[in-house]
Design a protein around this ligand. Structure first.
Ligand code: COA
Length: 161
């Protein structure tokens, strides 16, 4: 069974992430949506909230499982017997960071291969930071995040529906 992990902070999960997960689930038997406890970033949603929103957002796809992790992503990959790490490669600006991440992870664990998927055009410049900012300022982000995420974000930011 080919198990892949897709790790990130997911603060919150966006349709861009879901697009990558959907693509990966067509190639691998199981994709573990791996929610990082802490990556040095201050998060707006708690770990439990981020996991809950991820679970709701991918519930329709039985090949995706949500798990949380802390520590090195390579150690988590070993724990769940994943030999593939999925990454989404958006704009050219992602490339250097992605290359260094992939090379460091390879250095830490020779068995783990990084596989890149290219997102749909409309998600090329999407990020969770941008979503948080636009919602906080009252902008419309429907089409970029699942409905449950939009609701949770508005509630968190105390914005009227
Ligand atoms: N669509 C939309 N947005 C995307 C995306 C996609 N396909 N892919 C990435 N993003 C966004 C994320 O939402 C995030 O946005 P934000 O910074 O505005 O919140 C941004 O791009 C960066 O995402 P990502 O590269 O996944 O970073 P991350 O901080 O969410 O997660 C980890 C990075 C968890 C994978 C990495 O830090 C890690 O592995 N940490 C564990 C510790 C470790 O092993 N460190 C050593 C690594 S060598």
């Amino acid at each position: 069974m080919k198990v892949a992990i897709y790790a990130g902070t997911f603060d919150p999960i966006t349709n861009g992430h879901i697009d990558i997960l959907t693509k990966a689930s067509k190639v691998f038997d199981k994709v573990i949506l791996s929610v990082a406890k802490s990556t040095g970033k201050e998060t707006i949603f708690s770990l439990e909230e981020r996991c809950g929103l991820c679970e709701k957002s991918v519930a329709h796809n039985k090949k995706i499982e949500v798990m949380k992790f802390s520590g090195l992503v390579v150690d988590f990959a070993k724990k769940v017997n994943a030999l593939i790490m999925i990454r989404g490669l958006r704009a050219v600006s992602d490339f250097e960071y992605e290359l260094s991440l992939a090379l460091m992870n390879k250095n830490l664990c020779d068995d783990l291969e990084t596989v890149f998927f290219v997102p749909e055009n409309k998600y090329l410049y999407l990020s969770s930071t941008m979503i948080r900012e636009v919602v906080a300022l009252g902008g419309d982000v429907s089409g970029f995040i699942p409905e449950c995420v939009e609701k949770a974000l508005k509630k968190k930011l105390k914005i009227e529906d």
